[in-house]
Structure formats: structure tokens, C-alpha cells
Design a protein around this ligand. Sequence first.
Ligand code: 9PG
Length: 477
Amino acid sequence: MQTHTHHWTITADLSPLLVLTNGYQSWSESELRPLTDTPQRATLQWMVDQGQDPLFPPSGEAGVWRSHGLIAVIRPDGGGWVGCALDLSRAFAHWEARADGDHVQVTCTVEGPDVELAWEETADVRETVEDLAGRLGAAMGALNPAPLRVWCSWYSYYLDVTFDVMVENARLARERGLPFDVFQLDDGFQADLGDWTEPNPRFGRHARELPAELQALGFRAGLWIAPFLVGPRSKLFAAHPEWMLQGDDGTPLLFGSNWGGAYATLDTTHPEVLTWLRDLAATIRSWGYDYLKIDFLYGAAFPGHRHDPHASRAEAYRRGLQAIRDGFGDGFILGCGAPLTPSIGLVDAMRTGPDVAPFWDDEARRVFIGDGAAPSARSAIHTVLARWYQHLWYQNDPDVMIARRERSLLSDQERGALLGLLDVAGGLRASSDPIQMLDEQALTLLRRSLEITTPDRPVSLTTSHGPTVTHFTRGTF
Ligand code: 9PG
């Protein structure tokens, strides 16, 4: 694998310095922390696979911080140093800041063809982060459509979602006048990972029958898929084992752990895989869906592409994403579980944090197992806020509001905090609450969470120098 390494040294009193990091993919922890603190590193391999970059995971070492795409080291007066790559369509930029006596050693390892890097000392880190992130976004043709208001089946029904549940919630939302734009069916309708066009008997009907019902109620139809993952018992796996990422012995590699075990992933340097992906997206579009949530996208960026071993991980990933974009045309695409920087320009919106859950914190998994990507309201907000500048890369999706009281451990204060923090983060507005569960108070909270405030982005992106984000190009408020 081609790499290029660049170094800088900062000489300063280290004790008051902070570091701003950006995790690898949607769910990976991103934060602002004292430089001399110790970052968490997941202790279980499947958590590293599913939440971190397996080739560049958090260090787990005191004073050693890793970050993807850009990094900032910040003095107490708000000034400091910012490093940012200026085009990441073919490479990853792996930044590391290492506290070392009275120096900070900063390294950027570019994985792929070498790219131009910016390294700036500044009196205002916030402004410089926004300036450089904006240049990266512009170079990669960042899309920034109007935010949509989405009802998603996942955070209440999980894999037990049915056709009737979707239609019933849409009907109640219409009856109560809730201003959703899209009703999005999540995981659970498909026969297996990879067998997306085959129905799961538990869902009750075929997913292609749903858009007409939703449209009759006045909503757009959305669908979830994990396009790069393949179940080891799926028909796709049996038909095309040669399409999977393979080990040196030619057998398909298995990664992660979800849906009861590990899964294979597609080799997106294989031309037949790209045709299959384009056809899949076009088929879903032809069913009447014009909103597509594509998830677990990191699956296309594991190392080991065999059909074009010279392609960098970023290039292999982008070929897969481009095939889906080609098939889905001008429909709205939301990335999730996605390596962030190589997605710029190919997705309309991006999940910028781990999943919200109907509880505040999962301390056991976050602190003791070291997994900052564990679903919880706290972890989602923590990471989403540390990525405020990513509005310059795509419309961000801070994940759902949870307004219901039933089947939730969130206190009234926590529901209020979630509402306020999602409002500050801006971007997509979403809910999964079963509408019939909502009392008057919960309905009020839900309605407030669906209001699009102005400016719809963290205030720092708009204050001192006027708006720096591109204007919304599609849709309306
Ligand atoms: C469907 C869900 C929903 C959700 C996605 C994603 O084990 N994990 O680390 C893990 C993280 C996130 C996750 C599932 C597992 O959720 O973010 O919105 O679409 O998949 O399966």
C-alpha cells in the first residue's frame, strides 16, 4: 500500500493544550480533549471493525491522538494549529498528534497517492477549521441539499418492523398533521444481507409495494440497505464468492459481528460488483423510493481488494459509492457507518455520530470496553457536536429525537437535552417514535424537533464572517 508521511513540530507548554479529533466513519468517536488525556480504544476486534479504522485505530496511549482528514491543536486563547488534507477523493489522511516533553510531534500519513496538505498556525482555530474544511468540501464537490424530516422505523421496531407498522404510522402522522417529508423503512424487510430484492416473510409483504401506500398518504418513500455487506448464508454469497474481499488463500474474509455473526463484504474493484450495485440502486428507485439510506459503508474500505490491488482503499470505496449514485440518479442518498472524507460529493447527507438510543449513556461499553461508537444519546451528541464543520461536506444527520416516554429510559430532562442538542447540530430531523405512543407532551416535543431553525447549522459556521456554507441547492424549507 502506497503511503507518504509528513511531519511538523509544535513547541509549546503542553499542559493547557486541547486536541480536536475526527473519527474514521460515521459512528467513530470524535472529540475535543486535553492533549495529555488518554484516548479510548475498543478492546474487542469486532468493535474495532465496526467502529474504527482497522488500519488506524485510536492509539489507546496517553497523549497520542489520531484523527482522520483533519486535526487541530488548540491553545487556551482559541488560537493554535490546524492540519487538513485538501482533496481526499483518492487517499485517506491519517493525522497523529503526539505529546513529547515540551513538543507536540504531528504526523500525517497519506494512504494512497500523495495529496496537498494544509498546515496553519492561527489566532482562531474555529475559523481556520471551517476555512480548511470548506476548501476540502469545495474541492470534492460537496452536496448540501435542504434538510429533510424523516420518520425511520429502526429505533422503535428494529428487526420486527412490518409493512403494516409502516403504513399505520404514516396514516397516524398524516392524521395528526406531523410534518414529515419521508417515511423510511429500515433494516428488516430483506431475506438476507445481499438478497435485497427478496422479501423477509416476517415483514409481511414485499418492500416494492410500500412506496405507493406512503405516497397516497402524501409522503416520500425511503429505504435502508447495507449495499456492501453480504450474509454468509445468502444467495448472493453462494452465487458469487469471487465478488467478496478474500484472504491470501482465496476464501472470502468475514468481518464484524451483527445480525448474529460475521459477514462478508464486496470487492468494489470488481467490475461485475459495480454493475450489480448500480442495478440494485436503479431497481430500488424503480420501485418508487427516492430516498436511500446506505449503511455499513465501511465494508467497502477494508484492505485486500484483489481485482485492482493498485486501487487505494479510498478509491475502491468511491467506486462502490459512485455505482450506487449512478443507479439512484438524483434521488436523495444518506450515508451511514461511512468513512467520512471519501464520501464527500457522492452523498447528500451523512450520519455524523453513533446511533441515538432510548437511554442516555452506555457507560460499560463506552468506558470499560473503550467503544465510543456504542449507541446512546450521549455518545451521539458528543460526536455530532465535535463535527460541526462537516456541514461543509454534506448535510449532516445527527440521528433521531426520542420523544416517547414508553419503551425509553430517557428522563424528561434528557429528552429536553436531546432536543436542544439536535437543534444546535442542525441537519436532518428524524424520529422513530410509534405515533400512537405519543401523549400531548411527547407530540409537542416531536413537533419542536421537526422544526427547522435558522440558521440551520451550528452558529459558529455563520457568525463572524457571514455564511460560509454553500446555499441549499435542492428542496425547500
Ligand atoms: C440497522 C441499523 C440502523 C442504524 C444504523 C446501524 O454494532 N454496532 O456497532 C452497530 C452500530 C450501529 C448500528 C448497528 C450496529 O446501526 O446506524 O440507524 O440503520 O444499523 O441495522
